[in-house]
Design a protein. Structure first.
Length: 311
């Protein structure tokens, strides 16, 4: 009887796990082995007419962040970006387009800093999925959900993007983040403050970490030599600088805009929390308490040794 009860309880644990694994999502995890994502979109427009800039915003009111890996020769990128335009519509988002730089012969927009950020955050997942850490086109929503290439997992790439956009960021942080800048000559002093941010939990809070980045994005850059014939490339990321600590100041030489006067500094925050999730060989995801319970149930299945009764 005990064995039958244990079997039933094990089944109750295993069935939801299998059902969860069987339901395929329309995206891949953007951060391999990490429970985390990106908070951000706090932007300063760096025009020549001002020398001081500042912005502060509640974390829950920040724009959604969409990061795209692209190149001026990538014709498939045109397909994915048109689908992305349609999926976004009037949604308030901050788009950041990374352009291929390493071993690049055509695209003039990327830099070592942009490649290093992409590889350090999304390189492992990209390699697992596509075989290389930097593949155009790749689209990432909220630093969490990755879409590689032009093949859809639902009936269309547009619906894949709509589904991913609709999920939203899963972070549990609240409070404010701020960014300010003062320009003097060719150098700009940037100051940031994330100390107003906190993780929302009552007790038994997981260990969390925040890493700040300052990204320099040009709104539009004209490059008629691009072989995919886009011409005006939008949301062009020129450099990515990792910041040290939850608050501080640092002097940075702002990258020169390719053309025009439309450079912005965007503060992003990568977040991570400890995960109690265990992934087993078949891809099933089991919460740690479920694993302990499962082991107890399996132990209950072991045959009991009966004491001999003296005659």
């Amino acid at each position: 009887m005990r064995a039958l009860a244990a079997l039933l309880m094990v089944g109750l644990i295993i069935l939801p796990i299998q059902a969860s694994a069987a339901s395929e999502s329309v995206w891949d995890d953007a951060r391999e082995g990490v429970q985390g994502g990106t908070i951000g979109g706090l932007s300063l427009s760096l025009s020549e007419s001002a020398t001081e800039y500042s912005a502060s915003m509640d974390v829950m009111e920040l724009s959604r962040v969409i990061e795209v890996y692209t190149a001026t020769w990538c014709t498939n990128c045109v397909t994915t970006e048109h689908a992305l335009d349609e999926a976004i519509g009037d949604t308030d988002v901050v788009r950041i387009h990374y352009h291929r730089h390493k071993f690049e012969v055509e695209d003039p927009f990327g830099s070592n800093g942009t490649e290093e950020r992409w590889e350090s955050i999304y390189g492992a997942a990209s390699t697992t999925i596509g075989g290389a850490p930097r593949l155009a086109p790749t689209t990432v929503f909220d630093g969490e959900r990755l879409h590689l290439g032009t093949s859809s997992k639902s009936d269309s790439l547009l619906n894949d993007y709509i589904a991913s956009l609709g999920i939203g960021s899963t972070h549990e942080f609240e409070g404010t983040m701020s960014l300010s800048a003062t320009t003097s000559g060719a150098t700009t002093e940037f100051s940031w403050d994330l100390t107003g941010m906190s993780y929302r939990c009552a007790d038994d809070c997981p260990t969390e970490s925040l890493t700040a980045w300052l990204l320099f994005v040009e709104d539009s850059a004209n490059f008629p030599e691009g072989s995919n014939e886009v011409g005006d490339y939008l949301h062009v990321l020129h450099d990515a600088v990792q910041l040290d600590g939850m608050s501080g100041s640092t002097a940075i030489d702002v990258p020169t805009a390719w053309d025009g006067n439309d450079m912005s500094a965007i503060l992003l925050v990568d977040w991570e929390v400890e995960s109690d999730i265990l992934v087993v060989d078949d891809g099933y995801v089991i919460p740690a308490p479920g694993v302990a319970t499962l082991l107890c149930m399996l132990a209950a299945l072991a045959p009991l040794r009966r004491k001999s009764i003296p005659r």
